[in-house]
Design a protein around this ligand. Structure first.
Ligand SMILES: NC(=O)c1ccc[n+]([C@@H]2O[C@H](COP(=O)([O-])OP(=O)(O)OC[C@H]3O[C@@H](n4cnc5c(N)ncnc54)[C@H](O)[C@@H]3O)[C@@H](O)[C@H]2O)c1
Ligand SMILES: [Zn+2]
Ligand SMILES: [Zn+2]
Length: 361
């Protein structure tokens, strides 16, 4: 039996999204059908709509979600109807060369549902990040469902499914920020603020927030930023150096995804420091740097996909921290909206008015 639900579709590059009927198949082997309760609006959804990630239109958007398992495929174990889950886009395969070397957070062959969700006329949909959760039901691989304590609110839990995990993990897992480090974060949206929170949790002694919008810088302070720099008003490299005794930060996290901000991150870093790129660039973007500077300044230039997280390891732990009052995830939720509010949420994101709009279903 297939299910008919409403879903948010990006049907052509740069065109507004629309709410359309989506056909969701019943779960087959290895799959799970999930009733979505909440799904955050991430900048990556907007990248999809703008054709920045691929040209496999139509996309079923939404990928930062939590919900309840409604049904599982015949061979699925360890997951049952009624389980409260956060959806992830890293269902590890256990068999690729990364998994076999004991580094599953780099898994190169992550699982998604095999059956396709479609429009009513049979057109196959591409679910954003293999999830597609701006819909009241979605079909995913069973491994994309991570069970967590159901006392957490869905609109807060879902954020761990993408942006907040990406930012926290960029600081905690990819950069390995540790006690006493100086950290700068360029771009203070949901992802950047989560990196600030992660750096704070890890014991950084200074966390410098950089953005072009003063409202974002004010919010960044609420997540633990010790200093803020508006890079429209001051050169961020000079400012970060001035705040770190002239040296630059031990770790600079780029959460915008542009060559100019990457260069700022590169030069705002102390010798032998670490740059982590979390922002997603478009296919057209090119980076030019003197190779001698890349060599001479030493250290590590890394990118971070999904905060190098392992959902089974990280989601339940972060939910526990939240329930103990040690991880204020609720501060990321600027507003909750209905499923027909996604296009307006993109506009608010672009105007800098929100950290996260969360669709509640
Ligand atoms: N690597 C991953 O796994 C991963 C996961 C989720 C999102 N992302 C990416 O992270 C980026 C941020 O996502 P988000 O949801 O926080 O977006 P967002 O739009 O909410 O935030 C972006 C922030 O960057 C600021 N900004 C824009 N231009 C700037 C500039 N030149 N200098 C300094 N700040 C600038 C904006 O004012 C805004 O505060 C996006 O590119 C998104 O696609 C990556
Ligand atoms: Zn693998
Ligand atoms: Zn995302």
């Amino acid at each position: 039996m297939a299910h008919e639900v409403k879903g948010v579709i990006a049907s052509a590059q740069g065109q507004p999204v629309s709410l359309t009927t989506v056909i969701v198949p019943d779960p087959g082997p290895g799959e799970a059908l999930v009733t979505v309760q909440a799904c955050g609006v991430c900048h990556t959804d907007l990248h999809y709509r703008e054709g920045g990630i691929g040209a496999d239109f139509p996309y079923l958007l939404g990928h930062e979600a939590a919900g309840v398992v409604e049904a599982v495929g015949p061979d699925v174990t360890g997951l049952a109807p009624g389980d409260f889950v956060i959806l992830n886009w890293r269902a590890v395969c256990g068999q690729c060369r990364a998994c076999l070397r004991g580094r599953p957070w780099y898994c190169f062959a992550t699982h998604n549902a095999r059956q396709k969700m479609t429009l009513a006329d049979g057109t196959v949909l591409s679910p954003a990040l293999g999830i597609g959760a701006f819909a009241s039901k979605t079909l995913v691989a069973a491994g994309q469902c991570t069970k967590v304590d159901s006392r957490i609110k869905p609109e807060v839990a879902g954020l761990l499914g993408c942006g907040v995990m990406a930012g926290l993990g960029a600081a905690l897992n990819t950069a390995g920020v540790s006690r006493g480090d100086t950290v700068a974060v360029i771009g203070c949206g949901g992802v950047g603020d989560a990196a600030i929170l992660g750096a704070t949790l890890a014991g950084a002694r200074a966390v410098i927030a950089v953005d072009v919008d003063d409202r974002k810088l004010e919010l960044a302070r609420q997540f633990g930023a010790t200093d803020t720099v508006n890079s429209r008003a001051a050169d961020p490299v000079d400012a970060i150096r001035a705040l770190t005794e002239g040296n630059g930060a031990d770790v600079v996290i780029e959460a915008v995804g542009r060559p100019e901000t990457y260069k700022q991150a590169f030069y705002a870093r102390d010798l032998a420091g670490t740059v982590v790129l979390v922002g997603v660039p478009t296919p057209q973007m090119q980076l030019e740097l003197p190779l001698l500077d890349v060599f001479g300044r030493g250290g590590a230039l890394k990118s971070s996909w999904y905060g190098d997280c392992l959902p089974t390891r990280d989601f339940p732990m972060l939910v526990d921290l939240h329930l103990q009052g040690r991880l204020p995830l609720e501060k990321f939720v600027s507003e909750t909206i209905a499923i027909d509010g996604v296009e307006e949420a993109f506009a608010k994101m672009q105007r800098g008015e929100v950290l996260r709009s969360v669709v509640v279903l």
